[in-house]
Design a protein around this ligand. Structure first.
Ligand SMILES: Nc1ncnc2c1ncn2[C@@H]1O[C@H](COP(=O)(O)OP(=O)(O)OP(=O)(O)O)[C@@H](O)[C@H]1O
Length: 255
């Protein structure tokens, strides 16, 4: 479970979240709605360990989070992936889409490399059902090959062609960039995905495609999903239950 308990956040003297609790179960989609400005994105950032709350606690699979942002232990940080509403604010404009998708592999150092080099035989674990990388025998697999295969499999799943992967953010549409951000979020096989208005700016077909990708990932891996959206129809279709955050973040959240 990804659990937030009694979270309080203040910006200056203003209380944005006031003792809010929320639990995301493995394998389930929890919807989170509420009026603009009520603190949904703030709660998302707290649960992704990117913002330290003034009080309250977050636990990932029973492990309490005691350090935040880059100081949070890598194995906790990589358990939770956050997908933002505005992909252009979430990427380095100098990188190609391929580099954007692969970014967490580099940031995670040798996590993927360790798997391949150890010859565990499943360098492609959890990504797009590619199964074994075919290079898993000790000594023959390289992190580079395994990583490239993971990037290629996820790019195909989100609908990015090879040509698009060579472009930089200013050369692609918002929808294409968000596809890269979804692939990036999945590349380290997180146990929990927080989709913060992931499809709000996108056309209906891209929205439907990305929701299908997240659902397929959840079904394949048993990941839990927190789907934040203004769109009650979308949440009604997508989520197993929907929580509402009240204005000022004061209402207790329950499903
Ligand atoms: N870094 C910040 N400093 C000061 N105030 C902030 C900061 N980030 C957010 N806020 C304010 O906190 C409140 C909650 O913001 P948040 O983005 O969490 O709301 P939200 O429910 O996600 O809104 P929306 O649905 O419009 O995206 C808003 O009034 C916002 O202006």
């Amino acid at each position: 479970m990804l659990e937030a308990r009694d979270i309080t956040v203040r910006y200056g003297s203003r209380t944005v979240l006031d003792r809010v609790s929320l639990t995301v179960e493995p394998g389930a989609v929890l919807g989170l709605g509420g009026p603009s400005g009520c603190g949904k994105s703030t709660l998302a950032r707290v649960m992704a360990m990117m913002l330290r709350p003034r009080s309250g606690s977050v636990a990932v699979d029973g492990r309490p989070v005691s350090r935040w942002r880059q100081r949070a232990p890598r194995e906790l940080r990589t358990r939770v992936a956050l997908i933002y509403q505005q992909p252009r604010l979430a990427v380095d404009p100098r990188l190609t889409l391929r580099e954007i998708v692969a970014e967490p592999l580099a940031a995670a150092g040798t996590a993927a490399a360790g798997t391949a080099a150890a010859g565990t035989g499943t360098a492609g674990t959890g990504t797009a059902g590619t199964g074994t990388a075919g290079t898993g025998t000790a000594g023959t697999g390289t992190a580079g090959t395994a990583d490239a295969e993971r990037v290629a499999a996820l790019a195909a799943e989100v609908g990015l062609t090879g040509d698009l992967l060579t472009r930089r953010p200013h050369e692609v549409s918002d929808g294409q960039l968000q596809r890269a951000c979804v692939a990036r979020a999945l590349i380290l096989s997180p146990g929990y995905l927080i989709c913060d208005e992931m499809t709000t700016m996108l056309d209906a077909s891209t929205q439907a495609h990305l929701v299908r990708v997240v659902n397929a990932y959840r079904e394949r891996t048993g990941a839990g999903v927190l789907a934040i959206s203004h769109d009650a129809v979308l949440l009604g279709r997508w989520a197993d239950g929907v929580a509402e955050l009240g204005q000022g973040g004061k209402a207790a959240v329950s499903v």
